[in-house]
Design a protein around this ligand. Sequence first.
Ligand code: MG
Length: 331
Amino acid sequence: MIQFWFSKYELQPLMGIGAVAGSKPRVGALFKIQWPNKLIGYADLHPWPELGDHELDVHIDALRAGKLSQLMEQTIWLARRDAEAREARTHLLTGLPKVKNHFLLNDYSKLSDAMLKEMKSSGYTILKVKVGKMIDEESQFILKTIRQNTWLSIRLDFNAKVDFSRFERFMTPFTKQDLTKLEFVEDPIPWNPEQWTEAAKLAPLAIDNEIDKLDLETFKEPSFKVVVLKPARQDVEKVMKFVSRLNLKAVVTSSLDHPVGVIHAAAVAGHYKKLLPNTMLDSGCLSLRTYKPNEFTSRIQAVGPFIQSVPGFGVGFDELLGKIEWTPLKK
Ligand code: MG
């Protein structure tokens, strides 16, 4: 029988997270899973109730009752990858290309010249900004940043929190020249095929959480060019099949989750970069600055926009995972 243990954790945001979440601690759980053949693997489960997920305990109670939420399915899938790498005594990142990450800014007002200077000198070339809260200020800020920093490309994420007219207002001041520096806009507005087609005339689009509203097997004629893939949330193979069928590009990102989730996402990003180098754009896995560092964060060796390594097998963190007090799912 497959056995589960979990350990709840909290992450303390260092700033408000975009238009969706404030600065209160975020709750998730690490899972330890043992298969009947004795393989043991670890993964994270980090729900976003702000985006419509059930709270953590609902996922845990469902698992206890023998039902799997989509997030739990992904946790198990990732833990299995971890378990197999541990069994082979190899790290999940071994042998994979290092994928460059964007720099994530959850609150535009926190960007300083010193930060930009540091980003540039450490090798970042893409800044991702969560927007949708104060569109006029944000739009002006983005334009100023683009125009003053010609080395920088921008990714924007509205988390579908504005309507079409507000998105249009945001984009109106952008010139053709400015648009060349805007790599894409993620989930500008709630999914609506006609409105997304109109929105695509204003900026290149990427689809993230709104993809849940599409039938990936039958959907045709996308207005977006990029799919944001979160291995912690989505059936990875199904999404990558969709990306290939429609000749799209993909960006792998973390779910702004625990460092264990960050490394799992980075390993999936590296896997697909190796397999489909022309399909995969720079990643968004290095989201560690979102939260106050914890012991796990300190084990990740990152140089500028690249995650280098984490000591251990699988996703690493062996020593820390061994020290955790695990709660058995069934008492
Ligand atoms: Mg997004």
